[in-house]
Design a protein around this ligand. Structure first.
Ligand code: HEC
Ligand code: HEC
Length: 210
């Protein structure tokens, strides 16, 4: 029978337990979704919800997000390339604790979780948003969102899933692309600059309900 770690049997050294767990949680781990699941419930669920299915518009949903996008964002927070205020306040510190193997396991885990959708009570706004999503706003030079984010807003590789995401979160991101504080995605910043507030609201309402 293998020897148990000392802290396991000794009640006196219980103060060492949380530290030991933290070290185990953040240590180099094999890139497995299983490891990602364990880490996500310890480190992420308090804000992003169980399995990344966030219930609060303050926190983006991560369930069903693309693996490449999740990887890029976690590295972007860690390397201070994604710099809007909420990213600095909420994600910089925790991302600084994640090595590449941990990032890989978290990205794999969340990308495998079933996506969920929300709702909207304003059918006219949703219809207007769907039109913008699928056709863009040619007068203003806004391209169809679907051309990058997928016909259903499901995302693809570096292009994030938008379907089902909280409308308030989507609106905040459009704003930070516009004000330049989320500056590491020039393509999306250019698109955001063409979007008026009413159009942004409509497309966000549409996406939340998908
Ligand atoms: C204290 C709350 C909190 C915790 C804990 C937390 N996050 Fe976040 N996370 C946020 C907030 C708030 C944002 C939105 C930041 C913004 O608006 O720029 C965010 C954004 C993200 C994003 C970007 C999502 C997108 O659609 O662009 C990813 C990926 C992410 N978090 C992953 C994680 C992972 C993985 C963990 C656990 C290791 C974690 N977060 C822990 C609050 C938290
Ligand atoms: C030319 C390709 C392209 C088009 C067209 C495009 N986007 Fe994007 N979008 C991107 C990329 C790339 C990202 C990821 C940026 C990053 O890595 O930080 C993104 C990110 C986003 C995000 C942030 C998502 C998150 O989880 O934080 C939102 C919101 C968004 N796009 C909305 C839209 C809307 C609305 C439209 C249509 C009006 C649109 N995009 C059209 C390329 C595009």
């Amino acid at each position: 029978m293998p020897l148990l770690p000392r802290w396991f049997t000794s009640p006196i050294s219980s103060a060492a337990v949380p530290l030991t767990i933290a070290v185990l949680a953040l240590g180099a781990a094999p890139a497995q979704a299983q490891e990602g699941e364990r880490l996500s419930s310890q480190l992420c669920a308090a804000c992003h919800g169980v399995h990344g299915d966030s219930k609060s518009p303050m926190f983006p949903k991560l369930n069903g997000q693309t693996q490449d996008y999740l990887t890029a964002q976690l590295k972007g927070f860690r390397e201070h390339q994604r710099g809007e205020t909420d990213a600095r306040s909420y994600m910089w510190a925790i991302a600084s604790q994640l090595d590449d193997a941990t990032v890989a396991s978290l990205a794999e885990y969340f990308s495998q979780q079933k996506p969920t959708s929300g709702s909207s009570s304003d059918a006219a706004l949703v219809a207007q948003g769907q039109k913008i999503f699928e056709e863009g706003v040619p007068d203003k030079g806004t391209p169809a969102c679907a051309s990058c984010h997928g016909a259903q807003g499901q995302g693809n590789g570096q292009f994030p899933r938008l379907a089902g995401q909280h409308a308030d979160y989507l609106m905040r991101q459009i704003r930070v692309f516009q004000n330049g504080s989320r500056a590491n995605a020039p393509v999306m910043s250019a698109v955001a600059h063409t979007l008026g507030n009413e159009d942004a609201k409509a497309v966000a309402a549409f996406l939340q309900s998908r």
